[in-house]
Design a protein around this ligand. Structure first.
Ligand SMILES: Cc1ncc(C[n+]2csc(CCOP(=O)(O)OP(=O)(O)O)c2C)c(N)n1
Ligand SMILES: [Mg+2]
Length: 314
């Protein structure tokens, strides 16, 4: 059964837990990507704990929505989210990048149930998502396709071919969510290969475009609902995110694109995330509840950021 979180406070706690998991996985693996995954915690929480229809225990469920990850290097955020969502036990996340593990450095559908497409080479996900969306339409299915992409992979020509294709076939069962964090592997996107005005380019190609703060659950919710109601066009949600979000010494720096934290840096990051968690926990929601619903999810919120304090001593 899918775990659904409706309460903003529970969603924020989940994103915070996912960030802590990412730091724990990366310091254990001693390699991997920090900035992109940290910046995507809210987007993945919104997609997996509110928006998409799926069953983590029945990954071949015919009517499931299809999640296609294009920028496979952000695997840590996907794995942390999937383990919290119940696809596999949290204890397995420490297998990241280890030989024989389900959690390869880039997601592999061969090894991890629930992965729809293997990824790593950038610029391929949108074309895979287009094919799935067209197939779903031809088969008169009601499931939708969610394609997670990055800004840097717009340097790949194949991305633009699939943008054309999706518009031509009016794939309104397809929504792409772009991690617009303005960084790529070795610099800022606008220095390496300027992309702006990116939203206008998509519009000119025939897409419905929505630009949102990628850390705002309300805005993400509205954008996804807008996409569901849009007919005759694919939708691009440009999620403006802060790379490295939540770990102050990583934020906005492309140098953290593909680097894991050292042991000391991970301890500092986990402490910062634990402090943020305490602040979220202290807040009440609009209705004055300390926490609404999300009991099953709360069971998953055990280790994660709470380990921050413990990490201080090791
Ligand atoms: C086809 C291809 N070319 C190059 C790479 C190497 N590469 C891995 S990540 C990356 C940067 C892409 O930018 P973006 O996805 O925006 O990175 P982020 O925001 O996560 O730092 C590059 C060039 C790749 N994976 N695939
Ligand atoms: Mg980027």
């Amino acid at each position: 059964m899918k775990i659904t979180l409706e309460n903003e406070r529970d969603l924020k706690l989940m994103a915070n837990s996912i960030r802590s998991d990412i730091m724990e996985m990366l310091v254990e693996a001693k390699s991997g990507h920090s900035a992109g995954p940290l910046g995507l915690a809210e987007v993945y929480t919104e997609l997996f704990f509110r928006e998409m229809n799926y069953d983590p225990k029945n990954t071949h469920l015919e009517g499931r929505d299809r999640f296609v990850l294009s920028n496979g290097h952000v695997a840590p955020v996907l794995y942390a989210t999937m383990s919290r969502a119940g696809f596999f036990p949290k204890s397995e996340i420490m297998g990241l990048r280890k030989l024989g593990s389900k959690l390869q450095g880039h997601p592999s559908k061969k090894w991890l149930p629930g992965i729809e497409n293997s990824s790593g080479p950038l610029g391929q996900g949108l074309s895979i998502a287009c094919g799935m969306a067209l197939a779903g339409r031809l088969d008169k299915k009601t499931w939708r396709v969610y394609c997670a992409m990055s800004d840097g992979e717009h340097d790949e020509g194949a991305t633009w071919e699939s943008i054309l294709f999706a518009a031509k076939y009016k794939l309104d069962n397809l929504v792409a969510i772009m991690d617009r964090n303005f960084i790529q592997i070795d610099g800022k996107t606008e220095d390496i290969m300027p992309l702006e005005p990116l939203g206008k380019k998509y519009e000119a190609f025939g897409w419905h475009v929505i630009s949102v703060d990628g850390h705002d659950f309300g805005a993400l919710r509205r954008a996804l609902s807008d996409a569901r109601g849009t007919k005759g066009k694919p939708t691009m949600i440009i999620a403006n995110t802060v790379p490295g979000k939540g770990v102050s010494f990583m934020e906005h720096l492309y140098e953290w694109h593909g680097k894991p934290p050292s042991k000391e840096q991970a301890q500092a990051a986990l402490l910062e995330l634990a402090n943020e968690r305490a602040k979220i926990e202290a807040r009440t929601d609009a209705k004055g509840n300390a926490s609404g619903g999300g009991k099953e999810a709360a069971a998953h919120l055990d280790a994660g950021a709470r380990k921050g304090a413990a990490a201080k001593k090791s």
